[in-house]
Design a protein around this ligand. Structure first.
Ligand code: PEP
Length: 254
């Protein structure tokens, strides 16, 4: 199975509803025409329904940035997979900002992954090591543990995308090198082969995330192991995001 390149924009807690609509308007037609890449926008919850309508009939898909693992009930302030399913195909889970600021453990992330898949949502599972872990040479140990726990008792599936996001590279302007990222992504693929099987590990898209811009995307995407990117800050500017997707289409299309 050929791995279709994949670029997702994580808008995080940015854009009012009006700003979100404008951002979509500014790139909709041009983004829609880029056929060789699977494109996903992950705006704040409050804009999902409006953006779903704007994207109707286009090739651009919608993702949420988080969800709770129960389908309904007394969980004030939370959003369930059932609610997301009406608008979204994807959901980002295990993002380091959720792990760090909101105390999400691998056990919680594991429950969320299972709930997403049971409710026909495709998780974009983020894993990554902290700076001190990287410097101590513990990257593989940390990522191996995260994958084993986050995917514990999850049946092999094609409906998941993995994002390798070294925490020290997120929002810092200090990206990993293409070679570094490719080596860790190869390691992730090996873990998936052990955990599930070689076939699925070869088929699944594994992205790099962390300070990706139009200036460095080529370095990542030209690595055969890297199937795309999860883009934070640079997904908030239409021209920047379009350039990232266009370069991905050109390089992976060669
Ligand atoms: C992210 O939010 O997943 C991310 C990688 O952010 P940034 O591109 O801003 O580093």
């Amino acid at each position: 199975m050929m791995r279709i390149p994949f670029i997702a924009g994580n808008w995080k807690m940015n854009t009012t509803a009006a700003e979100a609509e404008k951002l979509v308007h500014d790139m909709l037609d041009r983004l829609d025409r880029i056929e060789e890449v699977e494109k996903v926008l992950c705006p704040p919850f409050i804009s999902l329904v409006t953006i779903r309508e704007l994207l109707k009939g286009s090739s651009i898909k919608l993702g949420a940035q988080n969800m709770w693992f129960e389908t309904k009930g007394a969980y004030t302030g939370e959003i369930s997979p059932l609610m997301l399913r009406e608008s979204c195909e994807f959901v980002i889970l295990g993002h380091s900002e959720r792990r760090r600021y909101f105390g999400e453990t691998d056990e919680i992330i594991n429950k969320k992954i299972k709930a997403a898949l049971e409710n026909k949502l495709k998780p974009i599972l983020c894993v990554g090591e902290r700076l001190e872990e990287n410097e101590a040479g513990r990257t593989e140990e940390v990522i191996g543990r995260q994958l084993n726990q986050d995917l514990n008792q999850v049946k092999p599936t094609h409906n998941i995308v993995i994002a390798y996001e070294p925490i020290w590279a997120i929002g810092t302007g200090k990206a990993a090198s293409g070679e570094q990222a490719a080596a860790t992504i190869k390691f992730i693929r090996d873990i998936l082969a052990e955990l599930w099987n070689k076939g699925i590990a070869q088929d699944l898209r594994i992205l790099y995330g962390g300070s990706v811009t139009s200036h460095n995307i080529a370095e990542f995407i030209s690595q055969p192991e890297i199937d795309g990117a999860l883009v934070g800050g640079s997904s908030l500017e239409a021209e920047e995001f379009l350039s990232i997707v266009n370069q991905t289409a050109e390089i992976k299309g060669d």
